[in-house]
Design a protein around this ligand. Structure first.
Ligand code: NDP
Length: 322
């Protein structure tokens, strides 16, 4: 089968389109023909070696496609499914844990099915788990026009929270307002202080920061006393170690570094979050914007675009025709 393979850590150029043997499912997995694979920031961390995997490996975690073979014979051949945690998804076939599958209706848009779970469930656990948003709460989201950012903005505002975001361009500002942001900031020095001023000096109840290194200290400025900072990613690089005393200085704030793995680990939690995302999309309550799709062999360009901050919403790789 054709796949993207990584033999050494590095820039987008290490993503090589090649031919490899098809994988074999264990009893706990099903083999799937991949139609479209989602592209996520975590894929760049694996490519660069920030997260390690035995080389050579096929990157990618999520996608949509049709079941080819279930060793237990429970899922019929041809069933359309989506997943968020099958390492090796940048390929024509991948093995997916049967516990990590959701069925997708046949008329569901393929590119949305491929990119809804990883980012959608992240938005869900941040807004419904890490800090349960409700009427009257305030939250701030960095990279408000990104994949997670757009979904989190919509979920937070539908829960009744006032949403502030930070973005880098006029185009992204427009997108963020369209998702429901009340006020959109730019990453100028001192934006944390500007946010605080806008809230009459009180600060924000919860800051969701997926940008990391370049925004973290401003996020601490923006949060209210006893509020929460959820550092959920590192698009600009990892945050250096900090002195816990800093949390005291900012008013007894809570700092968490949450992961989707931990927030889907309890019995039934993956299905609950996945179904919530799928249902919200089907009901029209959650709009997922796939802004670019690339053929599988152009995965390197997809990574370049993602890391150059030129993308908005989600991006995907087209693997095989529908
Ligand atoms: P995005 O679509 O949000 O892309 C990243 C965005 O980060 C860019 O578009 C850009 O938006 C912003 N950014 C700010 N500074 C930089 C920089 N120096 N270099 C690159 N980008 C920068 O990606 P995703 O939605 O896939 O992921 C968003 C974050 O969420 C990532 O950090 C990812 O790791 C994290 N994540 C964490 C999960 C978890 O379980 N904890 C699960 C899923 C995602 P702008 O131009 O507005 O600054």
């Amino acid at each position: 089968m054709h796949a993207i393979q990584i033999a050494e850590s590095g820039g987008p150029e290490v993503l090589r389109y090649t031919e490899v043997p098809a994988p074999l499912p264990t009893e706990e997995e099903v083999l799937v023909d991949v139609t479209v694979a989602g592209v996520n920031y975590i894929d760049t961390y694996y490519r660069e070696g920030i997260y390690s995997a035995e080389k050579p490996f096929i990157p990618g975690f999520e996608g949509t496609g049709r079941v080819v073979y279930d060793p237990q014979g429970q899922i019929a051949e041809g069933t359309l499914v989506a997943w968020h945690h099958a390492f090796g998804s940048y390929a024509e076939q991948v093995c997916v844990s049967r516990k990590g599958l959701v069925a997708v209706p046949d008329d569901f848009p393929t590119e949305i099915a491929a990119s809804m779970l990883l980012q959608g469930m992240t938005a869900h656990f941040l807004s419904h788990g890490v800090y349960e948003l409700g009427e009257g709460d305030t939250c701030l989201i960095t990279a408000g026009a990104g994949g997670v950012g757009q979904l989190l903005t919509q979920m937070a505002s539908s829960l009744g929270a006032t949403v502030y975001t930070v973005v880098s361009s006029d185009e992204k500002e427009k997108i963020s307002y369209a998702c429901g942001a009340e006020h959109v900031f730019r990453y100028r020095e001192g934006w944390g202080e500007q946010v605080r001023r806008l809230t009459g000096g009180r600060g924000i109840d919860v800051v969701y920061d997926g940008v990391g290194q370049s925004t973290f200290f401003e996020s601490l400025e923006a949060v209210r006393a006893r509020g929460t900072v959820a550092l959920f990613g590192a698009a600009s690089g990892p945050v250096e170690p900090i002195d816990p005393q800093l949390l005291n200085k900012h008013g007894s704030i809570f700092l968490t570094r949450p992961s989707l793995g931990a927030w889907t680990a309890q019995e039934g939690e993956f299905q609950m979050r996945a179904q919530a995302v799928v249902q919200a999309i089907m009901d029209g309550d959650l709009k997922l914007n796939v802004s670019a799709s690339y053929p599988l062999e152009e995965a390197a360009q997809a990574h370049r675009d993602l890391q150059s901050r030129s993308t908005t919403g989600s991006i995907v790789l087209r693997v095989t025709p529908d």
